[in-house]
Design a protein around this ligand. Structure first.
Ligand SMILES: [Zn+2]
Length: 203
């Protein structure tokens, strides 16, 4: 077992913070869509060997669980399943399609402006730490800027979130081409993560 992996997990554990059971489950389940069920079992087994037990059957949708379990699951998957950053992005994107609550909430986000206004509340439903801050919305030039603050994790999770944003935008703007770019990042010396979200007609 690589030592640096254990260290990363311990750091995430010390940071604290919780995620809603529903989000934890659907984010993990989304791995079966980009890979398969066996891959989930492999990762769970590797985590168990590191002393981190996740019993999927015991997780209740409406309860809170330590977020480091999800971040660790993603990091361990990357390590042991040979995933690429592109796979992690795709995983985040797919997670929005799996989540039951995301689907219900997204049904009410009929416009990009509404989604922008509501993004902090959406974050708060899934996490009890960090913030998703709407910074700028420019419907004319078709871009928006959002920030994730007070959220220290791992660069892979930034990519996962980027994919997640893309998945959400695809619900709202199904006929547009959507691009997500993380322009600032805590892991590159900035004091928050900042994403430029842009859309435009498909070619
Ligand atoms: Zn970042």
């Amino acid at each position: 077992m690589p030592n640096h992996l254990k260290e990363t997990i311990n750091k995430l554990k010390e940071r604290g913070g919780n995620i809603k059971g529903e989000a934890l489950l659907s984010d993990i389940e989304a791995l079966t869509k980009i890979r398969d069920k066996k891959s989930v079992d492999i990762v769970l087994e590797n985590m168990r060997e590191m002393g981190e037990k996740i019993d999927l059957k015991e997780i209740k949708s409406s309860e809170w669980y330590p977020e480091y379990l999800l971040s660790s699951f993603i990091i361990v998957s990357y390590q042991f399943l040979g995933l690429t950053e592109k796979d992690i992005f795709e995983w985040g994107r797919t997670a929005t399609k799996v989540s039951f609550i995301a689907k219900i909430i997204l049904r009410h986000l009929v416009s990009i402006d509404k989604a922008f206004e509501e993004c902090s509340n959406y974050w708060r439903k899934n996490y009890d730490f960090g913030n998703l801050v709407p910074v700028e919305m420019n419907s004319k030039d078709k871009y928006a800027v959002v920030r994730i603050t007070d959220y220290l994790s791992d660069p892979l999770i930034c990519t996962f979130h980027a994919g997640y944003f893309k998945g959400i935008l695809e619900f709202i703007l199904p006929s547009e081409k959507i691009e997500i770019k993380e322009e600032r990042c805590i892991h590159r010396g900035d004091s928050y993560h900042e994403y430029l979200i842009s859309w435009g007609e498909k070619e």
